[in-house]
Every structure is written in C-alpha cells, then in structure tokens.
Design a protein around this ligand. Structure first.
Ligand code: ZN
Ligand code: ZN
Length: 639
C-alpha cells in the first residue's frame, strides 16, 4: 500500500555533508489531495573540492528533478530559487545546462542572475538550454502553485544581494508549513548592495506564519568577539598597510566575495593606491561592481564616502589586467608604494596567482611556453621581494586550503615578503565573515518569533518553531543547535537525504530515506580542457570523503548522448579512480568497491558496465596505475 504523503516534505539533497562543506540544495515538495505535487528547490551548488581531487566540481545528482530530452524526469521541479552566487549554491547549474538538462525557471537577485549567466557563457551552454531567470526582491511573492508561495527577503553576506526565502504551503487554504530558509547570511551592514535590515524584515515576516527556520550554521561556532563589521575590516586593513607605505601590496580575494573585494578597493582608495585586479574571475565580479558605480548606484557611492554632487571616477584608481602586457604597463606606471594588487589564491588554489608568486604553481606549459589547459598564464613581470606585503583576509579552510595556503605563505616569507594574516593578533581582522555568529543566529530567531504572523500562538505554546541547522560541518551544525538547547526550542539535525515530513506544522524526521540511491556527479578537471562540451559530462565521483556512501567508491558515466570517447576513456577513468582511492586509503579512508557505470538514454540509474571488488584493486593497479607507494598499507579489514 502506498503511504499517504500529503503535506510538505523538505528533502536535504546536499549541503549537510558530513565533512565537506558545500553542494547546498534543498527540495520542498508539497502535496494536497486531488492536486498535482508542487516542487520548489532552493539552490543547486557544488562542493568545495580539495586540490588533490581530480574534479573541477562535485555536486548532487539532480537528474531526477531537472527535465532532459533523453530522460523522462521523475520529479520535475516547478521553480528554482537561488539565494546567492557562491559556487556552493549555484555551482551545479551550468553543468546541468551544458548536459542539455532543461533547468526550471530560476528566481533570484539581479547580481546572482548575472553571475549564473556568466558561468553558463564560460561553459558555452547552448542558447536553448539557458534557463529563464526572473529577478525577484523582498516584497514580492512567487506563487509556485495555488498552495505553495515563495517570498524572498534580503540578507547580508560576503557577496552582493543575497536572499533568503520564506516558503508558505497550505492545505485546504490553511497553513501547512511556514519555512524560513536563510541561505548564507549575517545581519550586519555590508559595504554595498541590499542587506538585512531589522525593520524591513519585521515588516516582511509580519504576514507570514513560521513553523521552521532553516538556518545557516557556518559561523555558529563563533561569538561576537571573533567577528568584525565590514567598516571595521576596512579600518583594520588600512591601519596595517599604513605601516608599509613603500611596499607593493598583494591581496588575495575569493572571486565571488564581492564584499571583500569592495573592502580592498576602499582600502586602496583611502591609502591613495592604485588597485590592480589581475585574476579573470575577480574581473567578472569587479565589472559588475564598476557598472553599478558608473550608473551612480547611491549605496556604492556612499561606501566610497562620495557626497552628493561630488565627482567620483572608479577608473582613476582601479585597473584590470587581462594579460602580462597589461600588468607590465601598470607596473611601469605605478611605483611600489602605489600598487595594490588584488588577485586569486585566497582558497589556496594551485593555479592561483598567489601560488605563482610563491613559486608553487602547478600550471604546466607546452614547448612554446604556453599554458596547457586552463589556468593562469604565469606572471613573469611580477616578482616578490622584501618590498612586498601580503594581506591575507581569508582564514585557511579545513579540508580545502589548510595545507596549501600555509605553504604558499611560508614560501613568500622565505623570499622576504611581509605577510599579515587575518587573526594574527586580535586587531588583525580583515574581513567580515559572511555568516551569522552565535548572537546573530539567536537574533534572527528572536526577530522571527517576535514579528511573524503566528507570534501569539508561539508565545502561548499552541504552536512551535523548529530550528533546523543547514550548511556546515557536523561541528558547526551542532554548535548551532547548542544555541537553542537551553531555550526549549526544538532543533533538528539533518543529513543529506534526510526528509522532514510536515503535516499541520508538525514534523516527522525521516532519516536517510533515499540514502542508497543518491549519486553525486563530479566534473573532471581534465574533461574541462581536453574535450568538447558534450564530453564534459562524463563523470561521477563518489568517494567517502565527499559524500559518505559507505565503503563505496563509484565512477559513473552520465553522458547524455552516446559518447565516442566513453569506451577508450574507461581505462583512464579506472586509473584515475584508483589514484584517488589510494590517496584516500593512505589517509585512512577505506572503500569496498569501484564501479564504472555507463548511462544510456532512458536508463536513469546507469548500467554498471564494470565493477571491481577490493581484491581486484591489486590487479587493476598493475594494469592501470602508476607503481604504488612502497609503504602503502592495506587499511581494510574486510568489513
Ligand atoms: Zn555564500
Ligand atoms: Zn555557502
């Protein structure tokens, strides 16, 4: 007998991973008797993959939710809402579009729309697969159906115009669930763009019932003393750099952290230096910011302290460089004390300018000295010396940059450069965390229950609000629940593939219902440079570090069309899979088998065309892989 699932189901597709942050995606399904099920999705991001992985992007398989001409879609999503433009929230979209999935209509802010489209352009997404994107802002409501209504609200974050969403589902016209999904947020002012404002949020939530708050926990381990406002960050950067007036400044910035880019631009402005932007991804972010300044965006002008009627020309002190000749021109023009380079490397990327400057880049060159594949073209015109100062805003991120970043910084110091790191002293805080600290998590909850439509019922105890931690490591998720523990607020800790089933505001949590069915897609770095668009879509990785499918290491070919390379590529894939498998085993992760699957038209899960047990690894190693390390120890006990 099929169980009645009328009501609202919240499915955690990604984002609540055990030990690697990212790939955020939540599916909200609402079913009412006699009506078609409505499905809305919040975000479709990719994981932050470590450098050693062979993957440019790893994300949850959404092929059951997005339409594809070759595959009938089991659970089509009616509308897709994107909170902001960070990779961990949008990173999967362009790849699905490239693989000819017809993405649902997207609702997001203007800035995020620009970033999604620019990513699709980079991947050469065919025009017919570019999704329709509607710009929404606080004050609007999107009716995904007559019983599912989604309303965006502004939040503060490290990028521009981030949104949270309130999702209201009804049964027989009565509230079934009121979900407040924060996305990545904090509550402070930001240098520019829309941000969270207490008063307007109170007004926003006043006509909306709230039964659940799904809230970002990424900084829930931090208390107020550990974070600074953006304005304080600018002051701190300026104060530190004033100590080095004769030196050239280098500042690595995460490309999508426009707020941090803005902090450095303002610091350059106040210091009378010329900001030289020399990474392609940062240039994209900057160009959007520049366009807004040229249109006299009042918020942005305010950020630079420009008074009404005053002249302000961003081009007078910010310059972008597209190639080495541009950099050469700029360095000829401006002496050390005027230079303020803003560039890549904040995430410890091995192809970043930071790695290049530290002499640690792994970019390879062909005989003519041209860079193979994608990556930086090297910067022979830039040299690090004792008159160089590096201002490092981004803390090393566990599992992502905590190995590479310290190596680069040590190398730079060895060359004689000055390195000033965020957090070196209590005053040295150079960026506002993009995420809510303990006090902010508490405050958003307080504001919500104080002003929402069902405040009275919450206060008299006839209704309760459940807080669900999303987007964080286990430690962060738990830290967030801790905040509410003594306050008699119900909390839930959800993992990927868990489901919350909500009927009349009451929640039943179903643990890992579809656990064994969820597959993940990985886009191989090599496939990005070596092959055409059709071949980009060739891989899935599932390793334990990424997504904890117990003891299973899988490679899935999910080509959407017959791929002529597929067969001859298989041996390469096995070799690659083994390489990663060996690395993981050395780190203490074990796995039981490897699967090579080939997905053909109409065959949703993919057919396993090759499968290897652990015992086969030895043999495979000899046929496919480099000789294994001598001290390799088999860390698997058969279970
Ligand atoms: Zn973010
Ligand atoms: Zn995020």
């Amino acid at each position: 007998m099929v169980k009645n699932t009328y009501g609202t189901q919240v499915k955690f597709l990604g984002g609540n991973n055990e030990n690697r942050i990212g790939a955020n995606s939540i599916l909200i399904e609402h079913s009412e008797q006699g009506k078609k099920t409505t499905r809305v999705m919040i975000d479709s991001g990719s994981l932050f993959a470590p450098d050693y992985s062979e993957y440019a992007a790893v994300f949850a398989d959404m092929s059951s939710y997005f339409e594809n001409p070759y595959h009938p879609c089991e659970y089509p999503v009616d509308a897709l809402f994107i909170t902001h433009c960070h990779e961990d929230h949008i990173g999967a979209l362009a790849y699905f579009a490239v693989a000819k999935y017809k993405l649902p209509k997207i609702y997001t802010s203007e800035y995020t729309k620009d970033m999604i489209l620019s990513q699709m352009k980079k991947l050469n997404v065919p025009q017919e697969f570019i999704p329709e994107i509607e710009i929404v802002s606080q004050g609007q409501t999107v009716d995904a159906s007559d019983n599912t209504h989604v309303s965006p609200f502004s939040v503060s974050h490290s990028t521009h115009s981030a949104l949270g969403f309130h999702i209201h589902t009804t049964t027989d016209g009565q509230t079934n669930a009121g979900l407040l999904c924060t996305g990545d947020y904090h509550l402070d002012k930001v240098p520019f763009g829309k941000c969270f404002e207490e008063e307007s949020f109170a007004k926003f939530i006043s006509d909306k019932p709230v039964t659940h708050i799904l809230t970002d926990s990424t900084s829930a381990t931090m208390d107020e003393s550990q974070t600074v406002t953006c304005e304080q960050a600018v002051d701190n950067v300026v104060r530190e750099l004033e100590k080095h007036p004769e030196k050239q400044v280098f500042a690595p910035v995460i490309s999508r952290s426009v707020q941090n880019l803005a902090i450095h631009l303002k610091a350059a402005y106040l210091l009378g230096r010329h900001a030289l932007i020399i990474s392609p991804a940062l240039r994209d972010s900057y160009n959007i910011l520049r366009k807004r300044l040229k249109d006299n965006d009042p918020e942005l002008l305010k950020m630079f302290g420009v008074k009404e009627g005053e002249e302000f020309d961003i081009d007078s002190f910010v310059h972008t460089a597209n190639n080495n000749a541009d950099i050469q021109n700029l360095t000829n023009k401006y002496p050390y004390g005027k230079r303020y380079f803003i560039h890549s490397g904040a995430m410890g990327e091995e192809t970043s300018l930071l790695a290049v400057l530290a002499g640690q880049n792994k970019v390879t060159y062909d005989e003519k000295g041209k860079v193979k594949g994608k990556g930086l073209s090297g910067h022979p015109v830039l040299t690090v010396d004792t008159n160089s100062v590096f201002i490092i805003s981004q803390r090393a991120i566990p599992g992502i940059s905590d190995v590479s970043l310290p190596i680069y910084l040590n190398k730079l110091q060895a060359i004689g450069a000055t390195v000033i790191k965020n957090g070196d002293t209590p005053d040295q805080k150079f960026q506002r965390s993009g995420h809510a600290n303990k006090a902010e998590v508490q405050k958003l909850y307080d504001l919500t229950v104080q002003y929402c439509a069902n405040t009275k019922q919450i206060q008299d105890g006839t209704q309760k609000v459940t807080v669900v931690a999303i987007h964080g490591s286990v430690e962060q998720l738990e830290a967030q629940n801790q905040i509410f523990e003594n306050k008699h607020v119900q909390t839930m800790l959800c993992r990927n593939t868990d489901i919350l089933r909500i009927t009349n505001g009451n929640t039943k949590q179903i643990l890992g219902l579809s656990f064994e069915n969820q597959s993940w897609i990985g886009i191989e770095k090599h496939s990005m440079s070596g092959y055409g668009v059709d071949d980009v879509f060739s891989f899935d990785v599932c390793d334990k570090n990424f997504m904890k499918i117990d003891n299973l290491f899988t490679v899935i070919n999910i080509s959407t069309s017959a791929n002529p390379h597929a067969h001859k590529e298989n041996s390469y894939r096995v070799a690659k899979a083994l390489e990663t498998a060996l690395k993981l085993e050395e780190e203490g992760t074990f796995m039981s088998n490897i699967q090579i699957r080939n997905q053909v038209r109409g065959d949703k899960r993919g057919r396993v065309i090759e499968e290897y047990s652990y015992e086969d690894l030895e043999e495979l190693r000899n046929t496919h892989s480099k000789p294994r390390k001598k001290n390799y120890r088999r860390g698997y006990d058969g279970r």
